[in-house]
Design a protein around this ligand. Structure first.
Ligand SMILES: [Zn+2]
Ligand SMILES: [Zn+2]
Ligand SMILES: [Zn+2]
Length: 332
């Protein structure tokens, strides 16, 4: 069952190189988060080069390779859809935007109580203001001594209405239209994370081996997965894929890269295997390769394939296999 699912998955990805590329990026990044800026809106920098990435991410979610999570919510203009939105505190009575927070002050000396807005002001040193009681005209000196702050409240400068809280309105800085809490869109912004299954599929090489297999068979090559061949020494060796092109055999192995040192050890082991088959062509596939790795491979007649993307790797393998087949045909 599981094998079937993986082959179907590989088929889907082979048909859609963009989907495959996005999966590669997702596995590399593990997760991609939105960048939210008022004037730019919501962006995913890693996906910038793919205009249709959202549709592709949906597909990867359906396939169980990626999952989404709400990362943030933003107020979106219900008229133009932009998130460049300002907030206004409005008076519940007259609708003025001059609904400001103030303190309720009691002048202990004379007993007068009103909001700070109603107290008189006189300039003090260093841009500070001196409050003066409007009732007895005496300057307020020290909080807790000659005056007390009884609480905070919002007050409309225009109509004098007081309230615990203002009415919240929003103004779209793009289209200029105003809306309120009830008409605002409170939009979810998602982040995307590669599932463990998605990571495993790529890192283990299961997907790439299936893709190599399918890309070759779709071009009419006869391929066998997990094939065992007997070498001239009489020892059986396993190959990820064996391509039968007319009379000749091509062995293909994909090895995910663990570290530079392990890569050279692994390549040497595979060269030893290849030496046991003087008549076959051999392709060693890996994610990336250094100059020295390529030198070792070419000195031993091993065709080393690596590339920046899976699509690039698949194309290189296809080109090589076609070339081997043509050479054989010319010789024959
Ligand atoms: Zn708008
Ligand atoms: Zn008002
Ligand atoms: Zn007073």
């Amino acid at each position: 069952m599981e094998k079937n699912r993986e082959l179907v998955l590989a088929e889907t990805l082979l048909r859609d190189p963009t989907l495959l590329k996005i999966l590669e990026i997702m596995v590399e990044e593990r997760e991609i988060a939105p960048q939210i800026r008022l004037e730019h809106g919501i962006e995913y920098p890693k996906m910038k080069m793919f205009p249709e990435w959202q549709e592709k991410i949906r597909k990867l979610i359906e396939l169980g390779l990626v999952e989404e999570k709400i990362a943030e919510r933003v107020i979106e203009c219900p008229y133009c859809g932009k998130i460049h939105v300002g907030t206004r505190f409005k008076c519940p009575s007259c609708g003025s935007i001059n609904m400001i927070k103030t303190e309720i002050i009691q002048h202990v000396t004379c007993g007068f109580v009103d909001t700070k807005l109603k107290f008189l002001r006189q300039p003090k040193k260093e841009s500070e203001e001196q409050l003066i009681c409007p009732n007895c005209k005496v300057s307020l000196r020290e909080e807790g001594v000659d005056y007390r702050v009884l609480g905070e409240i919002f007050e409309c400068i225009d109509c004098g209405r007081r309230a615990d809280r203002p009415k919240i309105h929003f103004i779209c800085r793009e289209c200029g239209k105003e809306f309120n809490i009830l008409t605002a869109k409170y939009k979810a912004v998602y982040m995307y994370r590669t599932t463990d299954y998605g990571v495993k599929l790529l890192k283990s090489g299961i997907l790439i081996r299936n893709l190599i297999l399918l890309s070759l068979s779709s071009k009419g090559f006869q391929v066998e997965k997990n094939a065992t061949l007997k070498g001239i020494s009489g020892v059986n060796h396993r190959f990820d894929i064996v391509v039968k092109a007319d009379q000749s055999l091509i062995g293909v192995d994909y090895r995910p890269i663990a570290s530079a040192e392990l890569q050279i050890t692994d390549l040497l082991a595979h060269i030893a295997k290849f030496m046991d088959f003087p008549d076959i062509k051999y392709i060693y596939v890996t994610d990336s390769s250094s100059e020295s790795i390529r030198k070792v491979a070419s000195s031993q007649g091993v065709n080393l394939v690596s590339g920046k993307s899976i699509t690039e790797i698949l194309n290189q393998i296809l080109t090589l296999v076609k070339k081997f087949k043509e050479r054989k045909e010319i010789k024959a």
